[in-house]
Design a protein around this ligand. Structure first.
Ligand code: ADP
Ligand code: ZN
Ligand code: MG
Length: 493
């Protein structure tokens, strides 16, 4: 394996000559208690080789029995991705020899997949785009190889067969993406849909979401696609994007240099940020697919399909649109608030408790999410419940307390779990600052800052903010900003 050093950077005007083409193959582990063809547990993190049996160890004479729940989860994902679910589909043997595959073949689907012809809508830079999904098929996962030391120089290899036989859905996209940003958006969108439908926990670190990227470039306007390269080993969203950028530049570099891209599979080296050839297409496996003789074809009746369809939750795109229409939040707000179903429910509960939609969106995005993030808490563990936030928002929106005091109160609510009303009462924060007191404070600030007064009088409008800030500080953030403005304008004119 020779490192390919073409990392010279491609000039923007050269890059602009080319169009990028990307298609992704995504594997998701379907969330079931037991494996696809036996009743072993799929629990992640159990001691190695404890969740195994003769079936998933591929011992001779054993027979697979299909887990109905796997099909249900697959159909669920397929419907959420707008696929046509085939009434009849079939498993196929994909033959290859590797220590992590004790049967000597993977049970996958080939010419008759579970579902086909779907799509998802992505958004990049405010532009919507539809990405086609070629197919979604079911298969069993291989075991996990562990190496001591680094790949080539590994001294010992271990195999954990716990993962062998866990159910996967492979989702293959059309070559519809035209930039690494679009690939990133596609994977993010896909992940969110899978999370909403509960078919997978889509945890990239634990390997329940894995992505292989196919990429090629062609001169703009060319009819034929360029030769594609498949990049494997992308275990984070950032690596997907970095690997694609690396490959795009490498392709352009090779072509501009008069060379040719050879069709191959490459591995992303995440420590040193480059891709390296793993195998060329000429040496690619001939998998000798044939229909799996030990399993019946899968039958998904129209009734079952309908039943599963009826059980799908509101999906992210529909939720975003509804939030904009029903609560007057911006599309950006709606995107953040529908990030997860838990966040969306929190938002709707606060609005239901009486808070205005836009205010709730603002408070959640600034105060709540920031503090949750800082304290490493999930929304479900928030010390401030939706009703409590709604109460606070009500106090601010009705002018009973200022926004600045509101923020202080929120901080205390988050720390102590107490209600806004009790914090305000205990700390005397609700007392109105009288207009006289504001005037007094304003006069003092003006007296102390003759230089800035002169600047203001000379037309420097910028220093007005300074005065407002000083008066705000002097009144401990409890005075109405509007009154401060009015008083200052009067005194300074
Ligand atoms: P293979 O026969 O190598 O498996 P497929 O045609 O099945 O190739 O496509 C596999 C993936 O590669 C799909 O996601 C598809 O969208 C993508 N793809 C196909 N051709 C290209 C290309 N020229 N450039 C980029 N991606 C491509
Ligand atoms: Zn088993
Ligand atoms: Mg293929």
């Amino acid at each position: 394996m020779a490192k390919n050093v073409t990392e010279t950077g491609v000039a923007p005007e050269i890059r602009a000559k080319y169009e990028v083409v990307i298609g992704l193959e995504v594997h998701v582990q379907l969330q079931t208690k037991t494996k696809i063809f036996c009743s072993c547990s799929t629990q992640f993190g159990d001691p190695p080789n404890t969740n195994t049996c003769p079936v998933c160890l591929g011992l001779p004479g054993t027979l697979p029995v299909l887990n109905r729940r796997v099909v249900e989860m697959g159909v669920r994902a397929a419907l959420a991705l707008n696929c046509t679910v085939n009434e009849h589909s079939r498993f196929a043997r994909k033959n290859y020899f590797y220590p992590d595959l004790p049967k000597g073949y993977q049970i996958s689907q080939y010419e008759l997949p579970l579902a086909e012809h779907g799509w998802v809508d992505i958004e990049v830079g405010g532009e919507k785009k539809r990405i086609g999904i070629t197919r979604l098929h079911l298969e069993d996962d291989a075991a996990k190889n562990l190496h001591e030391g680094f790949s080539q120089s590994a001294t010992k290899g271990y195999i954990d067969y716990n993962r062998g036989g866990t159910p996967l859905a492979e989702i293959v996209s059309e070559p519809d993406m035209r930039s690494s940003d679009e690939a990133y958006a596609y994977l993010t969108t896909l992940r969110q849909i899978l999370l909403y439908t509960g078919v997978s926990d889509v945890n990239m670190e634990e390997g329940s979401l894995r992505c292989d990227a196919n990429v090629s470039v062609r001169l703009r306007g060319a009819k034929e696609f360029g030769t594609k390269v498949e990049v494997k080993n992308l275990n984070s969203f950032r690596f997907l994007q970095k690997a694609l950028e690396y490959e795009i530049e490498r392709h352009i570099g090779v072509i501009e240099g008069g060379g040719k891209i050879s069709q191959e599979t490459r591995l992303w080296n995440q420590n040193e940020s480059y891709t390296v050839s793993m195998r060329s297409k000429e040496k690619a496996h001939d998998y000798r697919y044939f229909p799996e003789p030990d399993l019946l074809p899968i039958h998904v009746s129209a009734a079952w399909r309908q039943e599963i369809k009826g059980s799908l939750p509101e999906l992210p795109a529909a939720k975003r649109e509804r939030f904009v229409a029903a609560y007057g939040v911006t599309p950006y707000d709606a995107g953040v608030l529908t990030g997860t179903q838990e966040l969306a429910s929190y938002f709707e509960a606060a609005v239901k408790a009486g808070a205005a939609g836009k205010s709730t969106a603002n408070w959640m995005q600034t105060e709540l999410l920031r503090r949750l993030n800082d304290s490493g808490k999930e929304i479900g563990a928030s010390p401030v419940l939706p009703g409590g936030l709604a109460e606070l928002i009500g106090l601010v929106d009705s002018g009973k307390i200022t926004g600045a005091v509101g923020k202080k109160v929120f901080g205390k609510m988050f720390e102590t779990g107490q209600s806004a009303a009790s914090i305000i009462a205990a700390e005397g924060l609700g007392e109105q600052v009288s207009d006289d007191a504001i005037e007094l404070a304003a006069k003092e600030v003006i007296e102390k800052n003759p230089d800035n007064v002169a600047k203001y009088k000379a037309g420097n409008e910028g220093v007005f903010k300074f005065f407002v800030g000083q008066v705000m500080k002097a009144t401990k953030g409890q005075a109405s900003p509007q009154t401060i403005n009015d008083v200052l304008r009067r005194l300074l004119s």
